[in-house]
Design a protein around this ligand. Structure first.
Ligand code: SF4
Length: 739
């Protein structure tokens, strides 16, 4: 049989690279970058080609598993869904808040989950919804929600046009970018420098990204807010404020200046370790650049002051004339987004519509912070979580305080997981429903087209068809159960509901190409091989570039994307204000009371005694959080799960390179191999996340041979960003001792 070629988007990380997959004899023969993908232009990282190994992994589950006498055994789909219905029934009948859902990071890379997980959550009607967003990014949502009125509309640095990129706590040479979709991110950094621009990296580590930047400055973990506030002060003090394109919308300038006044460059020097003159120079150069963007990412979000960090990053960009303008922080115009009109103003953002039962942490975007999950399971009383549904995540490895999380999962009365592996978390599940592999489902990036540095659209069909329920059907049948229906009911009930919901909203939106249409009369024009594809077609047709439902136009639809398998370039980012400004009064209040209140904690931090040694995370180009360690090709070679220790700290604590050390925090302790390196600043140690494949009952035969340690045994749910509740996984106080 002749070789065949399949084109698709890599679904593994946010970079969304185009892949060219060669199929031979019904199996993947080779995967390389798609040179004709208009966005990634042939770029892929070492993970992209390993979809071949993932597809062939014998540990991947393809048959439902039910736990019987403590052991997972294979079962039929009907048996599995019957067990789920029986396990959830009494909880659904007595208190829907007693059933929780956790949506893991991979759901954002899965079209079916992007469409139907929301339906499932709505069908459940519980307040106990948790997602990976409060592990790594909720501060950014909060900042954009409060400033611009729409927490899911996030600013992205206009990488390809900026003259000055200031990055805090980001390592795109390893992560390939996060909350900023830019395939070939390191090349784009190089391009900034090649066109005479400046790239500054602020990070306690001299990370892999350092070779792509103009300057690197190490600061103490968790001190980003002091640096950003000091830079804002310099901009004000030296008369450099220029609001540029957003001048007529911004309010609270004087109040903001008053709020940050105490955080001068001198204070910042003491808190960050970076000298005041460097901070002042940075501020002046950033303000003077023809364009500039602040990209505050993982290290700045997963910190005690995550919301303040995210807020100040937006405001520094704003007061230097760089918001919503080329080269600054901009908003994408995703093809599946909601079209907006020409006027500023919308419904604004409301949070805190309910609070967690135990710690009283606020709801944001319909979810509660993951730092609450374990206590909500383990604290008796009305509203206690007794059953959990996990969708493609691994909270035992990814949430703060792994020991508490695992104990909590063990105490549940019932748990069901939707996953492709029997991993450290799903081993606790009573039923595991195996989802499709990335090559067994169609793909479109609903989320990442909204975070992209160019506007793009690309749809990929499945490479392989499965002879078992697809992800659409699995999620629909779960939704039926949560709705109180028999899982054997027609899943079209769920599919049609989701589709009509999109069409109805579009018909009511005067800015949509489908405005005024009758949803029932146009539904027959929708195409798609799968239910999720049909919803995608509806979103595309009714979106900002949409074809609507006429005969004669060249707007977007799924059909058009089927005809352009390498993907469509829809152009550079465009200014989106005023229409995209969704605050209730159509202004941007940079001194919102929420920020002002949170800033008080920063003042307290100035008088705290500095911690002697703190822990930060780390990631590697060949890892993808926790879930790709079962691929030999990615994990072979030297042990990468080591603790990085600066030589002066190694001497101080008596640990040696290649030896092992005990790292201890208030939450727990781990024994880990030591790597002495001057790439990390003194007073800081680093352990990568996603490791720790040591839990009995999991079945990851490759990962378990090189298990590493679970860094979240050391992180604590007590350490969280106050406003967003995001876990503070960086800046964790620890001690170090030789073993
Ligand atoms: S950078 Fe991300 S999207 Fe691109 S090939 Fe690697 S894992 Fe896939």
């Amino acid at each position: 049989m002749a070789d065949e070629t399949a084109l698709r988007t890599c679904p593994l990380c946010e970079a969304t690279c185009g892949l060219e997959i060669t199929l031979r004899d019904g199996a993947v023969h080779r995967i390389r970058g798609d040179m004709e993908d208009p966005f990634s232009k042939g770029f892929i990282c070492p993970k992209g080609s390993t979809l071949k190994q993932l597809q062939a992994d014998p540990d991947r589950i393809t048959t439902p598993l039910i736990k019987r006498d403590g052991v997972h055994v294979e079962a039929s789909w009907d048996e599995a869904f019957d067990a789920i219905a029986a396990g959830l029934r009494k909880h659904l009948e007595t208190d829907r808040n007693s059933v929780a859902v956790y949506l893991g990071n991979p759901t954002v890379h899965n079209l079916a989950a992007g469409v139907f997980a929301r339906v499932l959550v709505q069908a459940l009607g519980s307040r106990n919804i948790y997602t990976a967003s409060t592990v790594d990014q909720m501060p950014k949502h909060v900042a954009c929600g409060l400033l611009y009125g729409a927490p899911s509309s996030l600013t992205v640095p206009d990488l390809d046009r900026t003259h000055f990129l200031l990055m805090l706590g980001a390592n795109p040479a390893a992560s390939n970018g996060s909350l900023c979709t830019a395939p070939g991110f390191p090349d784009r950094l190089d391009a900034i420098r090649e066109r005479g621009g400046t790239v500054v990296l602020i990070d306690p580590r001299r990370s892999e990204t350092v070779s792509h930047v103009t300057q690197h400055h190490a600061i103490r973990p968790g001190s980003d807010a002091f640096l950003l506030a000091a830079m804002c002060n310099v901009v004000f003090d030296e008369g450099l404020v220029d609001l540029g394109a957003v001048e007529s919308y911004v309010r609270g300038l004087d109040e903001f200046r008053g709020l940050i006044a105490p955080y001068t460059p001198v204070v910042a020097e003491r808190m960050t370790g970076l000298d005041a003159s460097t901070i002042m120079t940075l501020a002046r150069e950033f303000a003077a650049a023809p364009s500039g963007a602040v990209y505050a990412r993982m290290g700045a979000n997963t910190a005690r002051f995550g919301t303040v960090n995210a807020w100040l990053a937006e405001v520094l960009t704003m007061i230097t004339g760089n918001l919503d303008t080329p080269g600054g922080l901009m908003f994408a115009t995703p093809a599946t987004g909601t079209p907006v009109g020409p006027e500023a103003g919308g419904r604004g953002w409301r949070s805190g519509r309910w609070h967690s039962r135990v710690s009283q942490r606020r709801e944001m975007m319909g979810e509660l912070p993951t730092v609450c999950l374990a206590e909500e399971i383990m604290t008796p009383g009305e509203g206690q979580i007794r059953a959990l549904i996990t969708l493609q995540g691994n909270p035992v490895l990814s949430l703060a305080d792994a020991t508490k999380t695992d104990e909590a999962l063990a105490s549940l009365e019932f748990m069901v997981s939707f996953d492709i592996y029997l991993n450290e978390t799903t081993r606790r599940a009573d039923v595991i429903l195996p989802g499709c592999s990335p090559l067994e489902r169609s793909h479109y990036d609903l989320a990442f087209t909204g975070l992209s540095v160019r506007n793009v659209a690309k749809w990929s069909p499945p490479v392989f068809q499965v002879q078992r329920p697809t992800d659409d059907e699995i999620l629909a049948r779960l939704a039926l159960i949560l709705s109180g229906l028999d899982h054997r009911a027609d899943p079209s009930l769920v599919y049609d509901g989701a589709l009509l919901n999109v069409l109805t909203r579009a018909a009511q939106n005067p800015n949509s190409p489908a405005f005024g249409t009758d949803p029932l009369s146009i539904v027959s024009q929708i195409i798609g091989r799968s239910p999720a594809d049909r919803v995608l077609d509806a979103l595309l047709r009714t979106g900002p570039y949409g074809a609507g439902f006429g005969d004669d136009n060249d707007g977007l639809s799924l059909g058009r994307l089927m005809d352009t398998p390498h993907g469509l370039d829809l152009g550079p980012l465009l200014p989106r204000f005023p229409g995209f400004l969704q605050t209730a009064d159509g202004t941007i209040n940079i001194a919102d009371v929420a920020f002002a209140e949170d800033l008080r904690r920063l003042a307290d931090a100035v008088v705290e005694t500095p911690t002697d040694l703190v822990l930060i995370g780390r990631r590697h180009l060949k890892t993808n959080n926790s879930w790709m360690h079962n691929l030999e090709i990615l994990t072979k070679g030297n042990n990468r799960c080591t603790v990085h220790v600066h030589p002066t700290d190694a001497d101080r604590y008596g640990v040696v390179d290649g030896g092992s050390a005990k790292v201890t925090s208030v939450a727990g302790e781990v024994i880990v191999e030591v790597e002495v390196t001057d790439t990390i600043m003194p007073g800081v140690v680093s352990i990568p996340h996603g490791w720790g494949h040591t839990y009995e009952g999991a079945h990851l035969s490759v990962a378990q041979r090189r298990p590493g340690v679970n860094v979240n045994i050391l992180t604590s749910t007590e350490l969280a960003d106050a406003w967003s509740g995001n876990a503070a996984l960086n800046g964790v106080p620890v001690t170090l001792a030789p073993t």
